[in-house]
Design a protein around this ligand. Structure first.
Ligand code: F6P
Length: 362
């Protein structure tokens, strides 16, 4: 019997998931393997919801956003929230055995990799594929989805800069990214934001207000419509020095119950009384996670899908594919689980931003 591989997508949706599903499926089918799609992430493994994937199923999904397999960000086989937190690991193993799966490709972010590592330790042959717009998984220089999110945010900042310059307003743009500032940093630089605030560099409120006032004073001497206004790109996980995270709401029974959001509005309320110009906030939210992946993300997702299929064919389980020095490599899942990759405060992009005169809140 040839190899039989299950594929699932876990955690939040992300541009490029379908490109991975397509690449892995085509590569595996081409090598004579069978492929089964597991529906709604680990939920499908727990409830035995799966379907065969053939070439026709993935033919036209390369550039589609979301995931044709569905996803779930609270399905944890070690803590089944729909049934009082029961451990479903034995059922997961039984379902995989019953379907004749030799391996499972788990495409997801940190939560998915944690579960994948634990299931592998319990005997399920798993291979991880790193996904997240946040770009915060360790041991990989890039996760697919990040480039697409940065493109959306950069375009949004560019559009908001128009209003900032025309009306001499302070326009605050809040991005996603959880506890890492990669999206805000790269999109802010790509779009020429005047200030970029990231979780790794807590901002000083007084300094930020003084800096905005200096820009107001300079703009009042300049011809209208040119240098006026200020665009501040703030990551959802950014916080003032000595201050706290801004939490939008909490989700019970989620591996990370905190849903961040609202720092942009908080910043607006604090800055407005200190400035002459009008201060407005735009919260980009899930807009930056939806829609078609960029060409870069389609290529990266395709490379990851093919690399994961190769690992499965070689029966090298318990590993996550990764991008290092622009080559597809693999790393042990247990080295990924429970860790994250944040922006080093001395990162080259941070230094470049400083040299351009971008305010980083300090
Ligand atoms: O991890 C991806 C991400 O989009 C984060 O940037 C964001 O904080 C979180 O997911 C939002 O999750 P949800 O869609 O569950 O609100």
């Amino acid at each position: 019997m040839g190899l039989h591989v299950g594929v699932l997508t876990g955690g939040g949706d992300c541009p490029g998931l379908n490109a991975v599903i397509r690449a892995a499926t085509l590569a595996l089918l081409g090598s004579g393997a069978r492929v089964t799609g597991i529906e709604r992430g680990f939920h499908g493994l727990m409830r035995n919801r799966m379907r065969a994937l053939e070439e026709a199923d993935v033919a036209d999904i390369l550039d589609q956003g979301g995931t044709v397999l569905g996803t779930h960000n609270r399905a944890d086989p070690f803590h089944d929230v729909e049934h009082g937190g029961a451990d479903r690991c034995d059922e997961v193993l039984a379902h995989a055995r019953g379907r004749g799966l030799d391996a499972v490709l788990a495409i997801g972010g940190d939560g998915t990799m944690d579960i994948a590592a634990r299931l592998h330790a319990r005997g399920l042959p798993v291979i991880g594929v790193p996904k997240t717009i946040d770009n915060d998984l360790p041991h990989t220089e890039r996760t697919f989805g990040f480039d697409s999110a940065v493109a959306v945010v950069a375009e949004a900042i560019g559009r908001l800069r128009t209003t900032a310059r025309s009306h001499d307003r302070v326009m605050i743009v809040e991005t996603m990214g959880r506890y890492a500032g990669w999206i805000a940093l790269e999109a802010g630089i790509a779009a020429g934001a005047d200030a970029i605030l990231i979780p790794e560099l807590p901002y000083e409120m007084d300094m930020l207000a003084r800096w905005c006032r200096a820009r107001e004073a300079a703009a009042s001497q300049a011809p209208a419509g040119h240098a006026g206004g200020t665009v501040i790109c703030v990551a959802e996980g950014a916080a003032p020095l000595g201050g706290t995270l801004t939490v939008a709401h909490t989700v019970a029974d989620s591996p990370d119950p905190l849903r961040l959001g609202g720092v942009g509005e908080r910043l607006r309320a604090q800055l407005q009384p200190l400035l002459a110009s009008e201060v407005r906030t735009t919260l980009l939210g899930h807009v930056q996670r939806g829609g078609t992946p960029t060409a870069y993300d389609r290529v990266l997702a395709t490379r990851f899908g093919v690399a994961a299929a190769e690992l499965a064919s070689q029966r090298r389980f318990g590993r996550m594919v990764a991008l290092q020095a622009d080559a597809c490599v693999s790393v042990p899942l247990e080295e990924v689980a429970g860790r994250s990759r944040r922006v080093p405060p001395d990162h080259a992009l941070v230094q470049a931003a400083r040299q351009l005169g971008v305010c980083l809140g300090r």
